[in-house]
Design a protein around this ligand. Structure first.
Ligand SMILES: O=C(O)CCC(=O)C(=O)O
Ligand SMILES: [Fe+2]
Length: 316
């Protein structure tokens, strides 16, 4: 049982226009309401997911000193390792009870892209870590672009509008380790209530309990997906661009009950970001008399910078 609607990407990819439209309606309605769906028939194979989890668990088991050697504070942790407790939800002072890794975009040399992304950090101890991470990155990016096509049709803009912005975008794959809890955490939680920064998030790992999403009436619901489903939600950039038509739902990861404190939790979100020069200005299609323009104009790059300061990864 899950509290979030389940949708099937095979419907969108079908030759049957009514199945394609069914997918568009289901995901569009879900994103105007709860802001989350569980998606099956994405492009990640079970084998790739298993391999990635294997590599990620091995990485987080490395000695703390080794992991810290992969930390890149000068780029706000946008690549490599970010230590336990460093990131906090916007507006909260206690750090989240998590450590994580960031894989970023790798643009083909002939892609003719001006954007200059920081280099990925290579883990020397684990020969397959980076290769496996980037394979998953590609499959999640591909899945995400199809989801954005469905959303473009739902909004009433060209199906391929987002393709240019999302391909070679500033997306991040973030394997997270929430370690066992060893003492009373007071106000700290595994992940404090937040909205994601980016356009959409594709999450592997919501088959393990902990993730909760906030309904419009304030109620918190457990978001549990099937093993083979990705949980996909709208982030603040897309909410802003669609003038609140699509909802970036607040979510959090709660601490387990005391008898499970000794267990780790792993999850792997893919934060699909556009290129930094994408204008997030509210789309004309989403503005009318009843819903006037709610946000000032801003680019994705400017918005990201603001938020990285607000969550403690960049010092002003
Ligand atoms: O660990 C999870 O299930 C969700 C993590 C999350 O919401 C995030 O990193 O933005
Ligand atoms: Fe999140």
């Amino acid at each position: 049982m899950t509290n979030i609607p389940s949708v099937d990407l095979a419907d969108f990819l079908s030759d049957d226009p009514s199945r394609k439209q069914k997918f568009i309606n289901e995901i569009g309605n879900a994103y105007e309401e709860i802001g989350f769906v569980a998606l099956k028939n994405h492009f990640l194979s079970d084998e790739l997911v298993d391999n990635l989890y294997g590599e990620v668990e091995k990485f987080f088991q490395l000695p703390t000193e080794t992991k810290k050697g992969y930390e890149r504070e000068e780029i706000g942790g946008q690549r490599g390792y970010v230590s336990f407790g460093k990131e906090h939800a916007k507006g909260k002072k206690e750090g989240d009870l998590k450590e994580f890794w960031h894989f970023g975009q790798e643009v083909a040399p002939d892609a003719n892209i001006e954007e200059d992304y920081p280099e990925n950090v290579i883990v020397k101890e684990l020969p397959d870590f980076n290769k496996t991470g980037m394979e998953a990155y590609r499959m999640l990016e591909k899945t995400g672009i199809y989801v954005l096509r469905a959303l473009a049709l739902h909004i009433g803009i060209d199906e391929h509008y987002f393709d240019h912005w999302a391909s070679n975008g500033n997306s991040i794959l973030r394997p997270i380790h929430y370690p066992p809890i060893t003492s009373e955490p007071d106000n700290a939680v595994r992940a404090g209530a937040h909205g994601d920064i980016n356009l959409i998030t594709l999450l592997m790992g919501a088959s393990a309990p902990g993730l909760q999403v906030q309904r419009r009436d304030g109620e918190w619901l457990d978001a549990i997906a099937q093993e083979d489903e990705l949980v996909i939600n709208v982030g603040d950039m897309l909410q802003r661009h669609t003038n609140n038509k699509l909802r970036s739902t607040i979510h959090r990861v709660v601490n387990p009950p005391r008898e499970l404190w000794h267990t780790s939790r792993y999850s792997i979100p893919f934060f699909l970001h556009p290129r930094s020069d994408m204008k997030l200005n509210c789309l004309d299609e989403c503005i009318d008399e009843n819903n006037p323009k709610q946000y000032d104009n801003i680019t994705a790059g400017e918005f990201l910078h603001q938020r990285l300061v607000e969550i403690g990864l960049i010092k002003k």
